[in-house]
Design a protein around this ligand. Sequence first.
Ligand code: 13P
Ligand code: ZN
Ligand code: NA
Length: 284
Amino acid sequence: SVVPLNEILSDAFKERYGVPAINVFNDLTLEAVLAAAVEKSSPLIVQTSVKTVKSIGSDVLYTMWTSMTAGIEVPVTLHLDHCPERAVITECLRQGWNSVLFDASKLPVAENMRQTVEVVAEARGYGAQVEGEIESITGVEDGVGSDRAAEQQALDVTLEFLRTTGVDVFAPAIGNAHGSYKQAPELDFQRVSDIVEAYPMPIALHGGSGLSDEQFRDLISRGCAKVNISTALKEKFMKSSLEFLESAAEKQKWDPPSLFRSVREDVIGMTGSLMTLFGSAGRA
Ligand code: 13P
Ligand code: ZN
Ligand code: NA
């Protein structure tokens, strides 16, 4: 069933497994990640970027969500990823999104904090949750962000942000980055432990695509209960399509539904492997 984000994250945080938070961008990817969750008996966080919300429309997207999740038995939740625009946050909350990431990481911390307090109050009115971010995660996610390496905030500033705003999940910059890594990232594992020890709350791991199995396991064991994956799905979608189209061209067979079936199977396979790796498989 569709549940609030904190319902999914509190168990994952307590039991130290990770729940994939996957950026979908059309009907096929939405349906396929839901099918993977059912197949693996796993909870799932479905995310949409601002770009996806704007290209499909929040009303159509939300209608797709409600019809595809009607009667689903595993816990799933709909989250708005990196959103600097207050109007889009309001629009998605009104439609029924379960949670939002208010990305004011480009603002000075004090102003970010002031506005995050407002967003949390607004979200509570809808029974919704908020993810907070005070350091821009390196790299661009669907047009939001920059390639400049994020500047880490001191632990006391971070804790003040968490206490003052009451966000439900926090996204720290720990050397992680959006997109595929050009070289293996050096991650600040200790920062996750420091935050969680001082203020026990689920942590969102951004920039998941390109991390090693070992890095995932380590970070999840320290409290990263929400694991964001975007680039890997886009790559799987495009490469799977390309492979299918190359063979279709060879055979001169042009049947769109077989393309969709083939890509869908690959997306389900990839999502299912992540659920197994993160330990969310079998937890629903
Ligand atoms: P990747 O594109 O590196 O998987 O990052 C996903 C993400 O953090 C979405 O917010
Ligand atoms: Zn991100
Ligand atoms: Na990445």
